[in-house]
Design a protein around this ligand. Sequence first.
Ligand SMILES: [Zn+2]
Length: 470
Amino acid sequence: MSAVLFHQHANSHWNWRGPLIRGALRVLHPETLRELDLIRSIELSPEKIRAVQRERLEALLRHAWTETDYYREVLEECGAVRNGRVNLDRFTEIPFLTKKIMREQPERLRARSLPQGRRAFANRSGGSTGQPVDFWQDNVYWDVTIATRSYQFSMAGKELGEREMKVWGSERDLFAGTIGLKAKVENFVYNRRFEQCFHLPEQQILEIIDHINGWKPKLLWCYRDGSYAIAKYINERGIRIHSPAAVVLGGATIYPFMREEIGKAFGATVISAYGSREVGAAASECGPDRGHHVAAQAHVIEAIGEDERPVMEREGELAITPLMNFAMPLIRYRIGDRGRLTDRACPCGRGFPLLDALSGRVMEAMTNSKGEHVDGGFVIYVLTYMAEGGYMSKFQIVQEEDGSITINVVPEPGVTLAEHRTDLNLITDKIQFVMGKDCAVRFCAVPDIPSAASGKYPYVICRKPPLQRS
Ligand SMILES: [Zn+2]
């Protein structure tokens, strides 16, 4: 067996918050502490991880069948639960849960009662790439999410209690973590500070840089677009900045050019973490380009192929079952992202399965003239690596209803797109190679491309309706 050192305390200074947090957690969030210890006790064994996952899935299905009208009907009908008896072999027969069902039947999905000690809270999805959706979560789910995230941060090199700075793009997420005395106490105990990056005038960028240099966090937990903008600013001006152990990026798909820019700016490992408000901290990388370890003790993640069946080693649409939320069970929830699950073992030795190639929102997927799925990341790749001389300050790819492609470009100051016609023709060739010769490609110079209300910046917008499935 490979000997791997996960927890290096020896060379770091005394982290007095470590034991303090364990003490505080024991009183305030015993579930978080229990979960952290559980994760540590199973992390090396795929068998143990699977056993915990199956046990929790069984409990969730039984609860959903007992406490919700929707799942009583659905689980009974597909045979996953019959007369209160769970049959996990029928799990993949359970119909997918869609946002449409959540919007139409919220009361039928919500549990009538919860096991003792659980309390329900209302929450709402981001909705930056579609209509938001309301749902319910409970305190145990939250405690487990905190534990999972702490574990993921420790994979990135930050132990519980060491400084973390959250540079976040969504106003609501940001304020949710800072308002009230309880939040203040928790942020002190967790050693966490917040910066907002949903609106980034130069003054705000300089302030964030200043705070990072002054406080020297061990880890930066950043929203993709904000941290990319800050990194570009740092690199263009050669600004010296404190180097954390890692920059963890969340909130959206991380494209390679962003990873490069951010890694260069902070001289740090850039780690992608995958999750959402609906499902929590679902998966995270242990190192760059290794794939995301699925938090399988608390989630079932499936990739669904064209025939609506689960696939391995091939890309599909993700269906996620968060195992610990009893307030409104989400079973086989089609979250709207795509990815590829693999059987490959990770060189780090951890037994959590790997989720590769998180290739972006389903919304960011385009279709070519043959009806094939083309990831929006492809055009982003062509644009970032082919646009010689960096004359594009910002861009956005729109696939129109008729399938043609419009690329909105904010040129660098003093530059016109006409000067770069040869280059743009080459880019058009590459795009047509994949999208089809008859796919019209237009470049439009625009003064600015605004972010969505959530702070997320949509790189790809697809207006072409998805293909009808036969
Ligand atoms: Zn690993």
